[in-house]
Design a protein around this ligand. Structure first.
Ligand code: AMP
Ligand code: MN
Ligand code: MN
Ligand code: MN
Length: 290
């Protein structure tokens, strides 16, 4: 059995390849009933996704994946059921997009110094929206034959110690949590097994996140192994966090990650959907009370 919900996906508004409406209709076809669109640092895909969701009969949860710098690591926070009109959230994301614009040019300059000209312009041609991320550089570099696939291009050019790497200066954990909560959302630590952290450092992160009011851990993720999933379920229980699940789908080009194929949460997890239901009810109640 697969889950009927998927709370972590990307559209072409960030580094996914499908337009928001196309993502929504493919998700519906794949059997997803509740879908969160969680583009990196932008809400730009939500209006089109929400229109499409109404047409195909799918429940869209407005979301975002916020880039955070924490103790020398880049950590991703998924915000679920956020109010897309919240001014503080919008301002926070605006600043991250401005930083991304500078970083994209800087990646271009660094690649140029390494003998690869035209990287910035090349990456731009792969970006459908305002945001130019490392994935767009990666697609360009693969197209130009500098590497065989995205994995290799990241390893050779875009990670720490490599020519196109720019150390991230993202949001603070506390700020990002504040934006998500201020916008009425639920905060989730995305793909926790992906961070190159020791077990004790990860547990420090989870403790701090919990202290600051963070609600959930992405136990099931397209980038987790079965073992990762069970380990993260245990961490979620230890820290009293709810469990989320998301494919981290970026488009059909990556055959390893598909829509509508997420395994059920391990036994004993409290599904994050329960918190989203409560937020929905609150919205309905406050809407009807005048
Ligand atoms: P950015 O937020 O612009 O620094 O880019 C991060 C994004 O790059 C992630 O969300 C992934 O989509 C992608 N990414 C990171 N590492 C890899 C990798 N090793 N292989 C393929 N894609 C990656
Ligand atoms: Mn991405
Ligand atoms: Mn991520
Ligand atoms: Mn993601």
């Amino acid at each position: 059995m697969s889950l009927s919900w998927d709370f972590h996906t990307h559209s072409a508004a960030s580094d996914g390849t499908l337009a928001p409406a196309e993502l929504v209709s493919r998700a519906r076809e794949a059997g997803v009933k509740r879908l969160a669109l969680t583009d990196h640092d932008t809400l730009a895909g939500l209006p089109a996704a929400s229109d499409a969701a109404r047409v195909v009969g799918l429940e869209l949860v407005p979301g975002v994946e916020i880039s955070v710098s924490w103790q020398g690591h880049t950590v991703h926070l998924v915000g679920l059921n956020v109010d897309p009109a919240d001014p503080t959230l919008l301002k926070g994301l605006r600043d991250l997009l401005d930083y991304r614009a500078w970083r994209a040019e800087e990646i271009g300059r660094r690649l140029e110094r390494d003998g690869i000209p035209g990287g910035y312009e090349g990456a731009r041609t792969f970006a459908k929206g305002e945001l130019v991320g490392r994935t767009h550089f990666a697609r360009f570099l693969v197209q130009q034959g500098h590497a065989r696939d995205l994995r290799e291009v990241f390893r050779k050019f875009l990670v720490k110690g490599k020519p196109g790497h720019v150390p991230g200066r993202w949001a603070e954990l506390e700020s990002a949590l504040g934006w998500i909560h201020g916008a009425g959302g639920v905060a989730v630590i995305a793909h926790p097994a992906r961070y190159r952290m020791t077990r004790s450092k990860l547990r420090r992160l989870l403790g701090e996140f919990r202290e600051l009011g963070g609600e959930a851990l992405e136990v099931v993720s397209g980038s987790h192994s079965v073992d990762d999933c069970f380990l993260m379920a245990r961490h979620a229980r230890d820290f009293g966090l709810a469990a989320s699940a998301g494919s981290d789908y970026h488009g059909p080009e990556n055959p390893w990650i598909q829509l509508g194929r997420l395994p059920e949460l391990p036994h004993g997890c409290r599904p994050v959907t329960e918190l989203i239901d409560r937020v929905d009810d609150g919205a309905i109640l406050s809407g009807t009370s005048g």
